[in-house]
Structures are given as structure tokens and as C-alpha cells.
Ligand binder design. Structure first.
Ligand SMILES: [Zn+2]
Length: 305
């Protein structure tokens, strides 16, 4: 019996799942474009589900609506009215495809993750959760850039999704039991929410205007429920650093005035993506730099004196 099994050609499942991740990324990227356009305008994302041209309102048939390929083949123009389709559509599809692939490569039975320097994941169920997060983070980013709002569907929906995913996949928090995982999700969510809430309140007291939107508070809460408190601390540090660098460069380049509003959601989202891909490795490197706690043998030696 084992000999017969051994004689069967090995199913190249890793390759199939890699191709599936790329395809999923391209399709979800295409759907993201629909959501980014429709959610702030409160057009239902379900029916009518066919995409339409934002200029001439013509329904786009499926063969002109293939993710990534159609944009290249049609040269970024509508087939009917020949008006330019924003490059954003193509960029969102590329970005989603690349991120879905990187998230998949974190699953590491063959050592691919370490070659790419990605933080490896041993539990395959964590991967779709990271893909779901990536979807929400890209959605929030592009809506925030265009409309300066983070939709509740992304932020509050993200908190609910984070709690559900933590219950379904305890490995998301490196936990063995559902209870342990939910505890980590609750601590992460609370830390994310209250730390930025504090910044929002103090910012308003000092600057006499909104320094931070409440959407950012809810977004970091959602990230905390998915990724735990370490990711929240990392996020506050990295997103403020990136935000400050970009904000100062915009002012220097004369594109923004000092004190004008720059959406902060995209920096929180970017920091969360960085954590998903590499965070725990960086966290470990940081902890290794910290002085080691005094262990019991040192205390014993001191007691001998
Ligand atoms: Zn058109």
C-alpha cells in the first residue's frame, strides 16, 4: 500500500496554491477598485455587480474587465468612450496581487519565506486571515487618500472580523486555545483604540483642532484585534515616523501647507502590512538588543556574599 502511494506522481500543491494566491490577488484587486469607488458614494457593492465606466456609464463586459491584463491591452482607456481610466485602477490590482503573493510565501514548508527574509508562518489557516486584512487595509488606504475618511465597514467591521478570526484561528496570536487567542485580541484591540484615542484627545487640547481622525483610532483598534499588542506598539512608532517624513517632505516640496490635513490612515495601514510581512522578526531583533533580565543564578551568586 505505501509503495503504491509512493509510485503516484507528487501533487505539486505548493505551486498550485501559489498560482491561486496570485489569481486571488488580481481578482480581489479588481473588486477593491469597485469598493473604493462605490463605498464612499454609498452605491451598493453587490448588485448591479457589473462594472461600469466612470465617464460614459457603459457596462464593461467581462472580456474587457480581466484584472491587470485589460488595463494593459486597452492602454488604460475605456473601450467605448476612449477616455482615460485612472492609473489607480491598475496600481491597486498590482499592489493587491503582489501583497497576496508575499503573504502566501510566508507559509513556509519549503523555506521560501526565509530566502525572501519574510517572517515564516507554520499554520496555513493564518494566510487567508492575512489576505483578508490586506484587502481591508488597501480599501481603507485609498478611500482615506481620496475622501479623508476611513469607512466604518473597514474599521468597525475590522474589529468584528479580527475577533471572529482570532476565535477561528488561535494560531493568529500564537495561541493554543480560543480563550488565549481572544484575550490577546482584546488586549491588542484595547491598546490600539485607547492609545490613539489619547493622542486624538490631547492633540485636540493642544492644537485646538482635530489632530487625528476618530477613524484612525478605530483602525488601529482593528489591527490590534488581529495582530496583538506588539503590533500596535510597532504601528504607533512606524506610522508616526513615516507620517512625519512624508508630511515634512510635502511641506518642503510646497505641496502642502504646515498644519494642513494629510490622511493618517494610509501610514497605519502601511505599518500593519510591514508587521504582517516582517514584524515578528524585527520585534525579536529588538528584544535581543534589550539587556537580558537578571537570571536566578546571578541572584544566587549575590546571596553567597
Ligand atoms: Zn467610457
Amino acid at each position: 500500500m505505501p509503495n503504491e502511494l509512493a509510485a503516484l506522481p507528487q501533487f505539486p500543491w505548493y505551486l498550485y496554491l501559489t498560482l491561486l494566491s496570485v489569481t486571488l490577488g488580481a481578482c480581489f484587486g479588481s473588486f477593491l477598485n469597485v469598493c473604493i469607488y462605490r463605498i464612499p458614494k454609498e452605491i451598493p457593492t453587490g448588485k448591479p455587480s457589473r462594472s461600469f465606466c466612470p465617464h460614459c456609464d457603459k457596462t464593461i463586459p467581462w472580456f474587457y474587465n480581466i484584472p491587470l491584463l485589460s488595463y494593459i491591452i486597452l492602454g488604460g482607456k475605456c473601450k467605448f468612450c476612449e477616455k482615460k481610466i485612472s492609473l489607480r485602477y491598475f496600481l491597486v490590482e498590482c499592489l493587491t496581487t503582489i501583497l497576496f503573493l508575499l503573504v502566501w510565501l510566508k507559509f513556509d514548508p519549503s523555506g521560501t519565506a526565509r530566502v525572501l527574509g519574510l517572517d515564516p508562518v507554520g499554520n496555513i489557516y493564518v494566510i487567508p486571515v492575512y489576505m483578508l486584512m490586506t484587502f481591508g487595509l488597501i480599501l481603507g488606504t485609498f478611500v482615506d487618500i481620496e475622501h479623508l475618511i476611513l469607512p466604518d465597514r473597514v474599521t468597525l467591521g475590522g474589529i468584528a472580523a479580527g475577533l471572529i478570526c482570532s476565535a477561528l484561528v488561535p494560531a493568529l496570536h500564537g495561541a493554543d486555545t480560543i480563550l488565549e487567542s481572544l484575550k490577546s485580541a482584546a488586549i491588542g484591540g484595547a491598546l490600539g483604540w485607547f492609545s490613539l484615542w489619547g493622542v486624538a484627545i490631547f492633540g485636540k487640547m493642544i492644537f485646538k483642532k482635530d489632530a487625528m481622525g476618530f477613524g484612525d483610532v478605530k483602525l488601529l483598534g482593528a489591527i490590534g484585534t488581529f495582530l496583538g499588542w506588539e503590533a500596535v506598539l510597532f504601528n504607533i512608532f512606524v506610522s508616526s515616523l513615516l507620517g512625519a517624513i512624508v508630511g515634512i517632505s510635502f511641506v518642503k516640496a510646497g505641496k502642502k501647507e504646515m498644519g494642513s490635513q494629510i490622511p493618517f490612515g494610509p501610514f497605519i495601514a502601511l505599518a500593519a502590512i510591514l508587521w504582517i510581512l516582517w514584524g515578528p522578526t524585527w520585534w525579536q531583533a529588538y528584544m535581543d538588543l534589550m539587556p537580558a533580565p537578571i537570571d536566578s543564578s546571578v541572584i544566587e551568586m549575590m546571596n553567597y556574599k
